[in-house]
Design a protein around this ligand. Structure first.
Ligand code: F6P
Length: 354
């Protein structure tokens, strides 16, 4: 029998469709299956700096949130209790307030915490766990770059959004005989660009894992033109490694614009750039993400009941399993540049600018 009476739930990092579905499932399972009290911690671990802002999650509070994007708890991708930033006399001061955060969780009567987040949040959770906090993790990120789980919730919804956008861009690109550069999220890894690019019928896909040159892209476009296909859709992950001639301007403009301008200069084609941005993080979660988030939420509660602290729930094949958080945060899950998905894309003529 576990001696848990009360758990806390925190969402950290960039939001992703399905966060509310996890909060709902974990709250329901904790109350209905284990009769625990559940406390919602606002804005990631920042919420434990001001414990009075935390509030009880009841069945009523989580009713109706399953299809809602965002997170009812709020989130931040700047908060880190080990490097908490404040201002003093106009200067930035960085402090370690992790002891205060742990003490405040105790004050609230929280026995264990579910931290729903990506690489950054799981790293913070792991450090707090090493200091004695009873933590279990739920993996989240639209980028799908967290290791030790086959997939994170939020990714599938983002793929739907990007694929839909590329479908719409096709008709206008074809009508105007243009090159359309679509910049998508993926700070470090190219999963969204690769999978939505293939699903949306993109012609060129640029990802951080495969170096490219503007010359190769322009040659690809010219070859298409020669065979009467006078429009090209280029999907670029925001995290691509820019060729040397574009690198110095990286901070001045979005990578989509830099790549688009460079193509326009070299190919003399008309180019338009679309930066999809935070649209990819919004909207109602897809059925896949709702289901995965629900299973993760329930599994996280079961993991607490079993005393599996320092672990994270994960999807392996058809099953929800638990893994050591340390395995999830060691290294990001990158696209294999010679893997089956990239090879399938190349086999149908998609270019990677290399
Ligand atoms: O990690 C998810 C993500 O959407 C990245 O793809 C993107 O670079 C980042 O978050 C953007 O975060 P912010 O909310 O700070 O703009």
């Amino acid at each position: 029998m576990s001696d848990i009476r009360c758990i806390g739930i925190a969402t950290g990092g960039g939001d992703a469709p399905g966060l509310n579905a996890v909060i709902r499932a974990a709250t329901k399972a904790a109350i209905l299956k284990y009769k625990w009290k559940v406390i919602g911690i606002p804005d990631g671990f920042d919420g434990l700096i001001w414990p009075e802002k935390s509030f009880e999650l009841t069945l009523e509070k989580v009713s109706g949130i399953l299809p809602r994007g965002g997170t009812i708890l709020g989130t931040t991708n700047r908060g880190n209790p080990f490097q908490y930033k404040t201002g003093k006399n106009g200067k930035e001061v960085v402090r370690d307030i992790s002891d205060q955060v742990i003490a405040n969780a105790k004050k609230l009567g929280i026995d264990a915490i579910i931290t729903i987040g990506g690489d950054g949040s799981q790293k913070i959770g792991h450090e707090l766990f090493k200091k004695g906090m009873q933590i279990v993790g739920v993996p989240k990120t639209i980028d799908n770059d967290l290791s030790a789980t086959q997939v994170t919730f939020g990714f599938d919804t983002a793929l739907h959004t990007v694929t839909d956008a590329i479908d719409k861009i096709h008709t206008t690109a074809a009508s105007h005989h243009r090159v359309m550069v679509v910049e998508v999220m993926g700070r470090d890894c190219g999963w969204i660009a690769l999978k939505a690019g293939i699903a949306g019928g993109a012609h060129v896909i640029l990802i951080p894992e495969i170096p490219f040159t503007i010359g190769h892209i322009c040659k690809f476009i010219a070859d298409r033109d020669k065979t009467g296909r006078d429009f090209t859709i280029v999907v670029a992950a925001e995290g691509v490694k820019l060729p040397p001639e574009l690198k110095e301007n990286r901070r001045a403009s979005s990578v989509g614009n830099l790549i688009g301008n460079a193509i326009a200069c070299r190919s003399h084609k008309e180019v338009r750039v679309i930066v999809l941005g935070h649209i990819q993080r919004g909207g109602t979660p897809s059925p896949f993400d709702r289901l995965l988030a629900t299973r993760f939420g329930v599994a996280a509660v079961d993991l607490i009941a079993a005393g599996g602290y320092g672990m994270m729930v994960a999807l392996h094949g058809e099953s929800i399993v638990s893994v050591d958080v340390a395995h999830a945060i060691g290294q990001l899950k990158s696209v294999n540049p010679t893997g089956e998905v990239v090879r399938a894309a190349r086999a149908i003529g998609i270019g990677f600018g290399d």
